[in-house]
Every structure is written in structure tokens, then in C-alpha cells.
Write a protein that binds this ligand. Structure first.
Ligand code: ASP
Length: 305
């Protein structure tokens, strides 16, 4: 058994550890943990604590993959419902589909018994509006939101670096490798924008035979490179975990157009090795690690490339 997650996973990491220790298999223990993170208002990148899109609306993205069956469930631009990862798990369990977005995702969540509720914190609403006040000329501000939004997307993309995704990757007691992700995406994103977190193959992927990977930060880049899938495929082709991750990093480094910034890659292989690599992310990136040889989870520092 093994579990890794990004640094903001602290509200739910122990929940997942406890469920793995109890012998629970499949992606459910990961979703139990990530749901705690989504409910924690002090985690400012996911669930209630996340940041809204340009219109001041919360839109959640989440993905789940069972690496043994390679079933996937995901939701994108889900409104009014927390935890999005639990809705993603129900997409995997109840539908012949892998990804629902927007109104369809919300409708499905309510059908499953999730409650619709306000998800925009007053503090997030205030910060969102203050940013618009700073960016928009008075005439546009007065007309808002009936103005073209596209010009704003360059100006306010990630204005305060208030982005992140919660990712959990685990190997259960049966050797099954699984992945779960959840995020509110970038602050002030264009409405309807999906990052990598609900996109299997980009923001997450798991195959119990070989490995699992999940990414945080600039989702546009990992969608373009198919980063998570590329790592698991490299493992399948016989590369070591470090080689597989370094190949993915080298591929990201060849991008030279579009919005380019940092990416953090989390990865496991079927032999119980792990890698967390921070690519052009600046200050040290931390992550959580646990395996049964440890009495308690450890917070460790990612390799920087
Ligand atoms: N990867 C997420 C996205 O692009 C955000 C993040 O992890 O910072 O939506």
C-alpha cells in the first residue's frame, strides 16, 4: 500500500490512510479523503474554499479512475454541489459515460441525492469583485457582465497564484492503483473552462498493472501533452518511474506557445515507487506521503526540475 497527495490534502489524508489500512479497495478511500478537502473552507483552491470564474460563479472539476478496471468518472464546471469528487465517482458507477459537464452534471448530482447549496464564500466574492474593479474601465464595470469577457482572460488569469488541485494517488491492499482529483480550477477562469483535473489522461490516469499519475497547476499544458497518460504508457513500455516522469517533463518543456507556467507531477508505479516533481513552479512544492512502514503520514518536498 502507498498513498501520495499534494500539500493541501491535509484535511483528508488521514481519512484515506485509515480506510486503506482497513483493507478497503478501489478509488473510494481516495474519494473519502478528497471530499474532506473539498469541505474544508480554509483550503483555497477546491470545494467551498475555491475561487470563482470571471462571472463570480463557482465551477468545480473532479475526476476519479479505478486503475484495475480502468473505469473513469468525471465532472466539469459543476455548479452548486460539493464534493465534486463524490459526484465523479457516481458518474463512474451509475452511467455508461465518463464525463458530465455543467447543467447535466448538476442535474445528475441532484438525482444522486447530493444537495444544491451556495458554494461561493463571501470572502471569495469580495476578492473576485475587487479584482474586476482593478481590471475593468468604469464603463465596462457598469455594464458587467454584458461585456466581452475574452479580453479579461489574459489580464486576470491566475492573478494571485490562487490555483491548485487536490490529487490523491493510492495503491490499495490488493495492489490496485487509483487516482482522484478535485479543483475549482483557476480563479477568474472563463466560464465553462475545464482544466486537466476532469480530463482522464491529462490531469490523472491509473492502470494497476503499471502505475498512476496526476498533475496540478497549469492544466492547459498537461491537456496538450496528455501528461498523466504519457507517464503510465512509458511505464508500460519498460521505463523506470523516474524516466517516465522525466520524459513527461521534457515533453512539457517543448511547449513554446500558449499560456506556459508551472506543473507538478505526482506519480506511482506498481512496485511502490513514487515521484513528485515540480516543473518551473518556483518555491518548494510539498506533498503528503504514507506507506504502512510509517506510523504517521509525512510531508515531503518535491524534486524540482
Ligand atoms: N490543474 C488545475 C487546472 O488547470 C489547477 C491547478 O492545479 O492549479 O484547473
Amino acid at each position: 500500500m502507498i498513498l501520495i497527495a499534494n500539500s493541501e490534502a491535509w484535511p483528508g489524508f488521514q481519512t484515506t490512510v485509515d480506510r486503506l489500512r482497513a483493507g478497503e479497495r478501489g478509488p473510494d478511500p481516495l474519494v473519502a479523503g478528497i471530499s474532506c478537502v473539498e469541505r474544508e473552507v480554509t483550503v483555497r483552491s477546491v470545494g467551498y474554499g475555491g475561487w470563482p470564474n470571471m462571472l463570480g460563479e463557482m465551477e468545480f472539476d473532479a475526476g476519479v479512475m479505478d486503475g484495475t478496471t480502468r473505469q473513469v468518472g468525471a465532472v466539469g464546471a459543476l455548479r452548486d454541489v460539493v464534493p465534486a469528487s463524490a459526484v465523479a465517482l457516481q458518474v463512474m458507477r451509475r452511467l455508461p459515460h465518463v464525463l458530465l459537464t455543467g447543467d447535466g452534471a448538476r442535474r445528475f448530482a441532484l438525482e444522486c441525492g447530493f444537495a444544491a447549496e451556495p458554494t461561493l464564500l463571501e470572502d471569495s466574492r469580495r476578492v473576485w469583485w475587487e479584482r474586476l474593479e482593478k481590471e475593468l474601465p468604469p464603463a465596462d464595470l457598469a455594464a458587467f457582465p454584458d461585456i466581452p469577457l475574452a479580453p479579461l482572460s489574459r489580464a486576470i488569469t491566475d492573478p494571485e497564484r490562487v490555483r491548485d488541485t487536490t490529487v490523491f494517488l493510492g495503491q490499495d491492499s490488493g495492489g490496485g492503483l487509483h487516482a482522484a482529483t478535485s479543483t475549482s480550477g483557476w480563479a477568474w477562469k472563463y466560464p465553462g473552462r475545464l482544466g486537466d483535473s476532469p480530463i482522464a489522461g491529462a490531469g490523472f490516469y491509473a492502470d494497476s498493472r503499471f502505475g498512476a499519475a496526476a498533475c496540478t497547476h497549469t492544466g492547459e499544458m498537461t491537456v496538450r501533452c496528455g501528461t498523466a497518460r504519457s507517464i503510465v504508457l512509458a511505464l508500460q513500455l519498460g521505463r523506470t518511474l523516474r524516466e517516465a516522469v522525466d520524459l513527461a517533463v521534457a515533453d512539457l518543456a517543448t511547449l513554446d506557445l500558449g499560456f506556459l507556467a508551472g506543473v507538478v507531477i505526482h506519480a506511482l508505479d506498481a512496485q511502490g515507487n513514487h515521484e513528485v516533481v515540480s516543473f518551473r513552479c518556483g518555491p518548494a512544492i510539498r506533498y503528503w506521503y504514507w506507506d504502512p512502514s510509517l506510523t504517521a503520514p509525512e510531508e515531503r518536498v518535491a524534486r524540482t526540475v
